[in-house]
Ligand binder design. Structure first.
Ligand SMILES: Nc1ncnc2c1ncn2[C@@H]1O[C@H](COP(=O)(O)OP(=O)(O)OP(=O)(O)O)[C@@H](O)[C@H]1O
Ligand SMILES: [Mg+2]
Length: 310
């Protein structure tokens, strides 16, 4: 069963194609990661899937409704946390909750129950009178998620929900996402943090509006990167990278923290080739050379590099 089915969805702004003919499916209850660089078209896609922005062509069925034909039904049946949290800073916590509950027509006992739930997951019990603008980023983010799903939608769209919050809060937030998914809610989430993408059941990657990769994190690493990845820990990584780039056994290089990652080809036999070049010929101390399992970052850098070289 799919909760979202996207068919040839396209959005043009004048002549500029922001989202270019993308198709994919999202299973019910899964955590679906939507990745891409700044300006790739993620928010534009989400706005179309939420029924807020009309597609130029193509369509998507979201929770059983066409975004093209029935955008209002789509809006009522989903939750949406926009890129810059949708809360009003000049309202209190409770006023924000009431505002979103009002949009979805929650009243009486249901409203009371859901309000308690939102306060609980946001760690704001007995703090409903605080001004929302005064809350720490991590708490605000939890409150924004709570209000986005106050009406218990089957599908929730989260547009970069964790940008700008500290690592501990981010981890706590992902626990909330997992809880939602376990209770059957489909979570569609964009992020720039690739370690978060690892928590997703399935992922798509878009670049300049086009879909360039899809699959679960494990398949992405095996299907899109067929060459071996070698990690090199050495002094002067920048100089080492310049030297290695010229070797016939190296296809691509990138810097990961203090280390170098090399995508190598069949001319690569073993680590002596690297040590010979760096330490023996160029006096660069090499601490370690290991073949590693690629990270999603390796895969995406590889895919995006090859795109720009086309
Ligand atoms: N209303 C608009 N009018 C014209 N161009 C737009 C409009 N909305 C978005 N765009 C353009 O469409 C492209 C995709 O924008 P979008 O906001 O969807 O990217 P994004 O992937 O969400 O990026 P980010 O990671 O920075 O949030 C950008 O080049 C943007 O400038
Ligand atoms: Mg965006």
């Amino acid at each position: 069963m799919y909760s979202i089915e996207v068919n040839n969805l396209t959005k043009k702004f004048g002549k500029f194609i922001s989202v270019n003919n993308i198709s994919f499916k999202v299973k019910e209850g899964e955590i679906f990661g939507f990745l891409g660089a700044n300006g790739a078209g993620k928010s534009t896609t989400i706005r179309m899937l939420c029924g807020i922005l009309a597609p130029t062509s193509g369509d998507a069925i979201v929770g059983g409704y066409s975004v093209l034909k029935h955008p209002d039904e789509v809006k009522l049946n989903i939750g949406y946390m926009s890129q810059r949290f949708s809360l009003y800073n000049d309202l209190t916590v409770e006023e924000n909750i009431n505002f979103f509950a009002g949009v979805y027509g929650l009243k009486g006992k249901l409203l009371d129950d859901r309000k308690k739930w939102v306060l609980k997951i946001a760690n704001l019990n007995n703090k409903e009178n605080l001004l929302t603008g005064s809350l720490p980023g991590g708490i605000k983010q939890r409150l924004a998620l709570g209000t986005a799903v106050i009406h218990k939608p089957k599908i929730v769209f989260l547009d970069e929900p964790t940008s700008g919050v500290d690592p501990i809060s981010r981890r706590g937030f992902w626990e909330l996402i997992n809880d939602l998914s376990e209770s059957g809610t489909t979570v569609f989430v964009t992020t720039h943090y690739l370690e978060e993408a690892e928590f997703c059941n399935n992922i798509i990657l878009i670049d300049a509006g086009k879909l360039i990769a899809e699959g679960n994190p494990k398949d992405l690493k095996t299907n899109y990167l067929l060459n071996d990845i070698i990690e090199v820990e050495c002094d002067n990584a920048v100089k080492a990278m310049e030297l290695l780039e010229k070797e016939n056994f190296v296809e691509e290089t990138s810097i990961f923290g203090n280390n170098l990652h090399l995508i190598v080809n069949n001319f690569y036999k073993d680590k002596t080739q690297i040590k010979l070049l760096l330490s023996d010929k160029n006096n660069i101390r090499v601490n370690r050379v290991d073949k590693i399992v690629p990270t999603l970052e390796d895969v995406f850098i590889h895919l995006l590099d090859n795109k720009t070289n086309d």
